[in-house]
Design a protein around this ligand. Structure first.
Ligand code: FES
Ligand code: FES
Length: 207
């Protein structure tokens, strides 16, 4: 069998290739994406009752669409990997991590962010309870905590069980254990958990 000599590879070439690959990975671009450029699509989002027609790169997350294209910066980017809950918004009544979903997937969906929770009469009761119970320190997780807790109470009301619901045939109860489990996707680096629980308990009527 004939063997062909491989071209010489020096250390500089290897490092340059590794750096390019790492950059492509960290920016979410495949090699094909780098070569061809990202495509743009139009999407219409209904955010806090207002309609926004946007032209976005296909890879734009809902989080980036809200923050960078609509200017609603109340929704925070923490990990950008679905692990902290800082980006939680409510879509069609259900809470989701907006960093884990593409904006194009939400054509016509009703999105509620922290800016849209307050009514004409002022703060949403959950916002007021967070203030009353001092349920934050730096505040970075707070908009996600509030959106999550509002939708979480609706989930309990709708009878949706969690991993700690003991009787799946009975209505789930708003026990501290249930609330802790259901809010476990929202991380607070400042450790304001006990005050957050107090705020949620007040709104849910558990205190
Ligand atoms: S920023 Fe979305 S879960 Fe952390
Ligand atoms: S208040 Fe600082 S991370 Fe929760």
């Amino acid at each position: 069998m004939t063997s062909f000599p491989l071209p010489p590879v020096d250390r500089r070439t290897v490092l340059a290739g590794a750096t390019a690959a790492a950059t492509a990975y960290s920016t979410g671009l495949s090699a094909a994406g780098l070569a061809s450029g990202a495509d743009e699509q139009t999407v219409t989002l209904r955010v806090n009752g207002q309609t926004h027609a946007l032209k976005l790169e296909e890879r734009t997350t809902l989080l980036d669409a809200l923050r960078e294209h609509i200017g609603l910066t109340g929704t925070k980017k923490g990990c950008d990997h679905g692990q902290c809950g800082a980006c939680t918004v409510i879509v069609n009544g259900r809470r989701i991590n907006s960093c884990l979903t593409l904006a194009l997937m939400h054509e016509g969906d009703a999105v509620t962010t922290i800016e849209g929770l307050a009514g004409r009469d002022g703060q949403h009761p959950m916002q007021a309870a967070f203030v009353k119970h001092d349920a934050f320190q730096c505040g970075y997780c707070t908009s996600g905590q509030i959106c999550s807790s509002v939708a979480m109470l609706d989930e309990i009301k709708a009878g949706i069980p969690s991993h700690v619901t003991e009787d799946l045939n009975a209505e789930p109860k708003r026990t501290p254990e249930e609330v802790r489990e259901r809010m476990s996707g929202n991380i607070c680096r400042c450790g304001a958990y006990s005050n957050i629980l107090d705020a949620i308990n007040e709104v849910s009527g558990a205190v």
